[in-house]
Each structure stands twice: as C-alpha cells, then as structure tokens.
Design a protein around this ligand. Structure first.
Ligand code: AKG
Length: 193
C-alpha cells in the first residue's frame, strides 16, 4: 500500500475538447482489494423507471456520503493521496465515495455526465479507482464526435476534470467477453453527483 501511494507521479494529462481532460494512471493502486470489497460493502440493488416500466439498475451500488467511514482503510488512504495530489488544483478535497459493482459483463452504466449539482454548471473533478476485472470506460463529446475508450484494470486511476462532466459523457458498456466482477470507486467533491 505505502509503496503504491509513495509517489503520485502522473503521466501527461490527456486534453479532450472544450476544456475537458482526463488523467489515466494504469495500476497506480494495484492492490488486492476486490475480495474484501465484495464481502464488506453493503451492496444495494436499485430500480429505476424507464418509460412506463420499472427495471433493475444493471449494477449494485453503495454510497458513502461526506464524513461517512469508508468500508476499507485502504480506500481512506487512497482518498488522502488523491486529495494531496488534486486539492491544490481542485480547490477542495474529494468528499463522497460512490461504489459500484459490475458483477459480470451484463452489468453496465449508460452514457451520462455527473451533472447533478455543481457539475452541471462548473468545472469539477471525478476520480475513479478500479478494482477487479478490466472493463472499458468510454467517453464521447456531448456535441458529437469520436468516442475514446479507456481500459480500466485493477488499480487504475482515471480522473475526469475540467468541463468533462458537462461537455463529455462517459459510460461502461456491456461486454460479451467472459468478465468477472469489477468495483469502481468514484471520489467526488461536495455537491457533485
Ligand atoms: O464504473 C465506472 O467507473 C463509472 C461509474 C460512473 O460513471 C458513475 O457511476 O457515474
């Protein structure tokens, strides 16, 4: 753990269009946390209304609000390291943690930006750390244009910043490849969801 957190030496930032950017750091937090995340997090299955039907949300979720203790001490250490690296630029610390469990390749999240709250009107950052099997995270410009895909493997960090939540969308598509569980841990500042 300490080794993984010693130095957040980031590769060059990838500038997208319209003031959006991403930092992708493969394997930065390459820790064997998946098993404990699967057992120690009180995963919840949610439903949502789609047109005139109520359907299962195709992944399990758990939300840790500001100041709520995180389920593993390693996640608190990761958050502290991310705060150390990004607070000077963000102007505040990450506050909440959204955890999502993609049980297999049928689980997914559709195209969206994190635009509930301040992310709808102001630049912000969302930092995602991935554990377990590799899944692609795709990004596309809201105005149309080519999408990009980032393979998120165990321990990868992806930070979406600048206007990314307003001017780009992201998703985790379903896959037909045999795929085991993946947990995504998303750190967001207060008032961004
Ligand atoms: O699975 C991921 O890493 C992305 C999750 C996400 O975009 C969200 O929950 O808003």
């Amino acid at each position: 753990m300490e080794q993984a957190l010693l130095d957040l030496d980031l590769p060059p930032r990838r500038e997208l269009s319209a003031g959006a950017w991403v930092d992708h750091v493969p394997g930065l937090f390459d820790l064997p946390l998946l098993g404990r995340l699967l057992t120690d997090v009180p995963w919840q299955a949610d439903k949502r209304t789609m047109y005139d039907r109520v359907v299962d949300v195709p992944r399990l979720q758990c939300w840790y609000d500001r100041n709520a203790p995180l389920p593993l001490p390693e996640l608190a250490s990761i958050k502290a390291r991310l705060d150390q690296r990004y607070e000077p630029e963000l102007g505040e610390r990450f506050a909440t943690a959204g955890l999502c469990l993609y049980r297999d390749g049928r689980d997914s999240v559709a195209w969206h930006g994190d635009r509930i709250g301040r992310g709808n009107t102001a630049d912000t950052m969302v930092a995602i750390v991935s554990f377990g099997d590799t899944r692609s995270l795709a990004l596309r410009p809201v105005e149309g244009g080519r999408s990009i895909r980032i393979d998120m493997a165990n321990g990868d960090l992806l930070v979406m910043g600048g206007s990314c939540q307003r001017t780009w969308q992201h998703c985790v598509p379903k896959t037909l490849q045999p795929t085991g569980p993946r947990v995504s841990v998303q750190f967001r500042p207060r008032g961004v969801r």
